[in-house]
Design a protein around this ligand. Sequence first.
Ligand code: NAD
Length: 480
Amino acid sequence: MEHKLWIDGKWADTKGGSKMEIINPATGEAFATVIDASKADVDRAVQAAKTAFYDGRWSRLTPAARSLALLKLADILEKNTAELAKVESLNTGKPYEFVSVGADFPFMIDNVRFFAAAARDTHGSHAGEFAAGFTSMFRREPVGVIGQIAPWNYPLMMAIWKLGPALAAGCTVVLKPAPGTPLTSLMLGELLKEAGIPDGVVNIISGGNESGQALVEHPDVRMVSLTGSTGTGKKVMKTAADTLKRVHLELGGKAPILVFEDADIDMVVEKVVLGSTFNTGQDCTAATRVYAQAGQFKKMKEALTEAMRAVKVGDPFESGITVGPMISAAQRDRVQGFVARAKEAGASILTGGGIPSGMDKGFYFEPTVICDVDQKAEIIQSEVFGPVVTVQPFDADDQAVMYGNDVPYGLAASLFTRDIGRAMRVAAQLEFGTVWINDHIPLTSETPHGGFKQSGFGKDLSAEAVGDYQITKHVMISHA
Ligand code: NAD
């Protein structure tokens, strides 16, 4: 199947771009072809978004009308879930029942409904007399044309996290999905049209990193919102500096799980297994570093190893499978490289660490538990982005906080204790955008999601995300 670009409400051929093959990670075989958008394609998409922004076909609609279109979009996504989820699973290897249909789609549909509601309350304007003889108004206005660049791990969901608040705020968008996973985002074009979102408001271009770079460089793009790796975030921020555009960066993570002496280990293990293998560990908030208090360390290590060994890895379309293949051979090899280097440095691989036996077709990797690692080891400090979890001991609470914070990232963390005072003290000291107490991984549409430190800045989800796509204007009225 061959896909085109979605520009100004219709399918468009490339002008000077090339073709890219899309691979099914469960088989390693190509099953679709897309366009690798050229600079000229990016420019056409930006011009369509610019025209749509300045003629007000979306930004000047009433909040009620924008909200209604988003509500319709949510219904359309719900109606088309089976087909979209099938393509998402084919394209990413997500277990169809468990992740695609079970988690990604219900959540993203709820996200759209949340932003439909948020669209009714975007004005935030207030007025007052701050100088004699004058009234001042503070208007919250849409930023303008937004370049949105998405990663491959939750292709359509990340697109929705970006589009929802931008559309609620009245912005127009050029969306560039990740090079290998553009299919469901491209399918979204016709669904947006069916929902009554006017042509040109959302333009969708498949393409590689250079297409993304062209979008960030474009002088008519007022803001770039990226979800991707920390390395890409740094490049995007540097490029954006040339045109001084606003950047919104949702980047990598390396979540710690602090397990205190009074925690219920069976419960922790259940949460860590889910948190570290969900989406085959390719999740920015994945549970990656377990720190267990000395008295709990042995039990934690043994119970987690046993539970990870029992996780079923298999074909994403097989019933009951919770862990599918990794996204690509390159990503699987990258993860394998991290594990091999940890082993060379003296780590013990308690379970996993390789390709499951008999599964050399497709990009499968075993759920893996590692211990005997130093806090400064690469496997602790770097984002692995696979079903790999480390376990280390700690003695005092302060040491757990120090270890938890001691990475460049600050996206999400969790802690397990029944002592509310300790939980609150530790939560306050953790430098992460989300801290879960006695759980790991749940997010809701209402709760802000975003990083501290090198996990980036700006929030996805929540009303705060809408604010990120707005700019404040002061209008001062003389009474004369
Ligand atoms: P990536 O950084 O390789 O690519 C992300 C996107 O950026 C892709 O669309 C890519 O084409 C584009 N890109 C790459 N170089 C660019 C450049 N120079 N200019 C403009 N665009 C460019 O990331 P990935 O491998 O697709 O995704 C995995 C990463 O995303 C992980 O680090 C993960 O933690 C992160 N992530 C973060 C969140 C979050 O909410 N913080 C959510 C999901 C994924």
